[in-house]
Design a protein around this ligand. Structure first.
Ligand code: C2E
Ligand code: CA
Ligand code: CA
Length: 634
């Protein structure tokens, strides 16, 4: 109890006891009167009478209820404030115990318990305040703050207990309203307004406590990281109301699929996290993910139209090695990224292998800027050999990253990251420089009559001024556009927005460059492109050449490509020629230009010069010798 409160209590206790005080003073006076003078006695009596009156007035007008009880709790006296509080008159109260009438139904005591009640004045327990819920005569509840004081030696045999009662209902209600308001604010802070789902704040707390509990019991916790597919498209095309409707729909779908103890949380934007404590294993998580995807891919109705979305899901499961929830979340995120990479509407479970791949990809990604600035990326060249004229027809420039720690990295390892980071143009520029410098150098060494082929990314091809820039690069080296072949992926032409790619191809052709369609013959039916675009040739994809000559489908497709290209007067380069049988087959159907490890691997410019010199001096190519031998033996 605070000092102030205690003092306050004593003042009221003193007031309440005024009636008893008179008796006390009288007994004191009686003791003194034996030896004292009568006038002193009268004087003291007068003082006591005044004090007594003052005390009585205070007791009558005190706003707090004051009660004098005997040690069994029976009320001997009470003030008007106590009557106002309880609704009982002083007469009704006298002789009764408060437990008989102030306790609400749920706290009521048995008659025996009430009968047995006695204040324990020895323990010091009476020094404290307490707040209890009481009920008035009219049935109304109120909060009663009680303070107690024990008065001894009042000339009576037993001590008395003075109770100070204060109606603190308003204060308590205010506090409760405040608490409710605080809880409401907390609830709002932990929930997403749009979907009503818990948000990341709630997630953090929930996840941490579940992890803690799981750590103790050895249980595993599953996490699904859900990302809606096509959400941005819906938002852009149909507006934010439609976007909101999609999010609410998705939230409902997910909430309907999970168990009671799972937590579905809106993680931000169109991403959701589902935490599943106590799951037996990854199978159950996969089943859940599959169900969610199936439900989410069903078109939803909004404003009279049907909206189709989907979802990609990354799955992770805590285990004994997982240190905290952030680690599980990170794993689910990695798995999600992979799920999106593999195409939409699928789920992927995290594995340590996946983690390593991603770590490597991330490391590569973060080194990329430095690699470009530090000239770690350069060009190798692979010859394209013309079997008919027995000479090198061209060179394809391919980029390599000479990583100081990881060794030589192939394009497949860093081009996806370059694409994401927007460094494709820088890399394509390195390829242009390397290709043209190499061609110029070889010309200088007397190797004439070759072109150089340069791969171009969609980003670079659709860049404004690309053709002029390339022309300038060619001319400043004393070369001509017809010395350069630009290799364009068939997919770029098909996917190209607004046909910018097609226009650039036309511009390249106009400027005198040759354009060849790369990776031809797989996936897309490129026949339309062959007639529509001003291109000079195609490169048959390695995967088709690989299956030659024994796979009949590959044979049929390759033969068809050659026939068509002959009709359209297009050149054909066959990629990935490794074996004599492939070379022979191609030769027999009119495929004279071959590129592949069977001729030569891609080489740095100075190695290529050596190779060219040896070729000029009569070096034979084993694959071609083999093809010749095969031809003769047939
Ligand atoms: P691509 O344009 O189809 O290049 C041919 C790929 O096949 C090269 O892989 C080459 O090394 C490989 N190759 C050639 N002959 C054989 C063979 O006989 N057997 C096998 N197994 N492979 C063979 P690389 O260098 O790894 O390049 C991969 C892809 O990266 C290229 O495919 C191209 O699309 C892209 N790329 C390379 N350099 C550049 C560049 O400077 N700019 C752009 N935009 N893309 C590039
Ligand atoms: Ca190529
Ligand atoms: Ca290719």
């Amino acid at each position: 109890m605070s000092g102030g409160a205690f003092q306050e209590m004593l003042i009221f206790a003193a007031g309440a006891v005024s009636a008893l005080l008179a008796a006390l003073i009288l007994s004191r006076l009686r003791a003194r009167s034996e030896g004292g003078r009568i006038s002193d006695l009268r004087q003291e009596l007068e003082t006591a009478r005044v004090e007594n009156t003052v005390m009585a007035v205070i007791a009558q007008h005190a706003s707090d209820g004051l009660v004098i009880q005997d040690i069994q709790g029976r009320i001997e006296w009470s003030n008007p404030a106590y009557s106002r509080m309880t609704g009982y008159s002083a007469e009704e109260l006298r002789g009764r115990k408060p437990q008989e009438f102030v306790l609400p139904p749920e706290d009521r005591l048995t008659p025996e318990e009430i009968e047995d009640f006695r204040y324990d004045i020895s323990s010091g327990a009476l020094d404290s305040f307490e707040i209890i819920r009481n009920v008035r005569k009219n049935g109304e509840f109120f909060w009663n703050q009680l303070g107690f004081a024990v008065v001894n030696h009042m000339g009576t045999r037993e001590p008395k207990v003075i109770v100070i009662a204060r109606d603190v209902t308003e204060q308590i209600e205010r506090e409760e309203a405040l608490k409710r308001a605080k809880e409401d604010i907390q609830r709002r802070a932990e929930h997403d307004i749009l979907t009503g789902l818990p948000n990341r704040m709630k997630l953090a707390g929930y996840f941490a406590s579940e992890m803690q509990a799981a750590g103790d019991s050895g249980e595993r916790i599953g996490v699904l990281h859900v990302d809606l597919d096509r959400f941005k498209k819906v938002n852009d095309a149909l507006g934010h109301d439609a976007g909101d409707a999609v999010l609410v729909h998705a939230a409902n779908v997910m909430s309907a699929q999970v168990r009671k103890k799972d937590l579905v949380c809106r993680f931000g934007g169109d991403e959701f996290i589902i935490v599943c404590p106590g799951l037996p294993g990854v199978d159950a998580l996969e089943t859940l993910a599959g169900r969610i995807i199936r439900q989410l891919t069903k078109p939803m109705q909004w404003g009279g139209q049907s909206i189709a979305i989907g979802a990609s899901i990354g799955i992770a499961l805590s285990n004994s090695q997982t240190r905290d929830q952030n680690e599980v979340m990170k794993q689910a995120d990695i798995a999600l990224y992979e799920a999106k990479n593999r195409g939409r509407n699928g789920y992927v479970c995290y594995t340590p292998d996946l983690g390593e791949t991603v770590a490597r990809r991330n490391a590569i990604s973060s080194d990329l800027g430095q690699a470009i600035a530090g000239n770690e990326i350069s060009v190798v060249l692979q010859p394209q050999f013309d079997l008919k004229h027995n000479r090198v027809r061209g060179l394809e420039a391919l980029v390599r990253w000479y990583h100081p720690a990881r060794g030589v990295l192939l394009p497949a390892e860093f081009l996806p990251a370059a694409e994401i980071q927007g460094c494709m143009q820088a890399i394509d520029q390195i390829a242009i420089d390397g290709a043209l410098d190499a061609l110029k150098m070889l010309r200088g060494e007397g190797h004439e009559g070759m072109s150089v082929s340069i791969n171009v990314s969609a980003r670079t091809l659709t860049q404004k001024g690309y053709v002029d820039k390339l022309k300038w690069e060619v001319e400043t080296r004393g070369l001509e556009p017809r010395d350069v072949v630009v290799e364009v992926l068939e997919t770029i032409v098909i996917e190209g927005r607004d046909n910018v790619a097609a226009q650039t191809i036309a511009a390249l052709s106009e400027a005198g460059f040759a354009v060849e369609l790369d990776d031809f013959g797989i996936g897309y039916s490129g026949l339309v492109n062959l007639t529509r675009l001003p291109i000079q040739g195609v490169k048959i994809d390695r995967s088709l050449v690989q299956d030659l000559p024994f796979d009949s489908t590959a044979q049929t497709v390759v033969r068809a490509i050659f026939r068509l290209c002959e009709d359209l007067d297009l050149s054909v380069v066959s990629e990935g020629v490794e074996r004599s049988e492939q070379a022979l087959f191609l030769q027999q159907i009119g495929g004279h230009v071959v590129q592949g490890f069977g001729i030569a691997r891609p080489m740095a410019a100075k190695d290529l010069l050596g190779w060219m010199n040896r070729l000029r001096e009569g070096m034979t190519l084993p694959v071609l010798e083999g093809a010749e031998a095969l031809r003769r033996s047939h």
